[in-house]
Design a protein around this ligand. Structure first.
Ligand code: GUN
Length: 287
């Protein structure tokens, strides 16, 4: 078997188009365009690229983006005060603080300061708690994007065994909650897992998000499984690869995401969807 590639760029483009149509309809109804504040602290080149891509996506889908930039030595108090101002601004629907933050800033405090209904990253404990309680509000973008990819290939979820490799706060853990919500039987593997090969080999769906090239051997993959590789690793020779041995896994899986061209573009697309959702929620009168 040679797996069919899951085209993340095409699925992301479809999500972005849906968001564009919805923002156009909003302005036709006399509502303002959704607005996203992107907060960048310092000059980390990777973070600068991520934030630029988020702002470009905003431009594409009719979302107003408001850049906020602080020097790397900004005090925590000053950053928190700015978050308070963005929270209070009725013309801003989403607030995103790009991570990682410099070491002198407590990222948890900053994330928890963002108003939950403007937390378009879905990282606030309120939003994660709602996901855990099966009443999702704003949901973490990468796991939500993975579910979108799985749906795009008709994944049935129920009665299927999903294995998530990696238990990070922003990807692995919410990924497991999303998969549980679909009805998939879900296992989470992490650094203390006794026999990773054994766990992966029983999976109908494998989602790997660790950041270690070659961690998942291609011949661990069960025949006919679906493999979603969230890993993004730059090798010494400049190549970009995921966490799973792609060529060998492709011979066994039914569906697999390439790296690049798989999950990567989905995160930003789902951020746009979340920003639209935050704007729509803000418009809905509470009765
Ligand atoms: N840094 C790397 N990925 C992300 C993300 O999805 N959101 C934020 N806020 N920071 C990040």
């Amino acid at each position: 078997m040679t797996a069919q590639l899951i085209d993340g760029r095409a699925v992301a483009a479809a999500v972005l188009d849906r968001v564009l149509q919805a923002t156009l309809q909003r302005t036709e109804r006399g509502l303002r365009a959704p607005a996203l504040a992107t907060v960048l602290v310092g000059n980390d080149p990777a973070s600068e690229v991520y934030v630029r891509n988020k702002r470009l996506a905003c431009d594409k889908v009719g979302i107003r983006s408001i850049p906020v930039h602080f020097d790397a030595d900004v005090t925590q108090e000053k950053l928190l005060t700015r978050v308070d101002m963005l929270n209070a601004d009725p013309l801003i629907d989403g607030v995103l603080v790009q991570l990682p933050l410099p070491r002198h800033i407590d990222a948890t405090r900053v994330i928890e300061r963002i108003r939950a209904d403007k937390d378009v990253d879905g990282f606030h404990p309120y939003n994660l708690g709602r996901l855990a309680q099966r009443m999702p509000t704003l949901r973490p973008c990468t796991p939500l994007g993975v579910i979108e990819l799985l749906k795009s290939v008709g994944e049935p979820f129920k009665r299927r065994h999903a294995v998530v490799v990696g238990a990070s706060n922003h990807v692995g853990r919410p990924m497991a909650l999303e998969l549980l919500l679909t009805g998939a039987t879900t296992t989470v593997c992490h650094r203390f897992t006794y026999d990773l090969a054994e766990e992966v080999s029983r999976a109908d769906i494998v989602v790997v998000a660790v950041g270690r090239p070659g961690l998942i051997h291609g011949d661990w993959i069960k025949a006919g499984a679906t493999v979603i590789d969230v890993g993004m690793n730059r090798l010494a020779d400049g190549r970009l690869v995921g966490d799973c041995e792609f060529e060998r896994a492709r011979e066994r899986a039914a569906f697999i995401t390439p790296v690049p061209g798989g999950v990567g573009t989905m995160t930003v697309a789902m951020l746009m969807q979340n920003t639209l959702q935050a704007a729509e929620t803000a418009d809905t009168p509470i009765s």
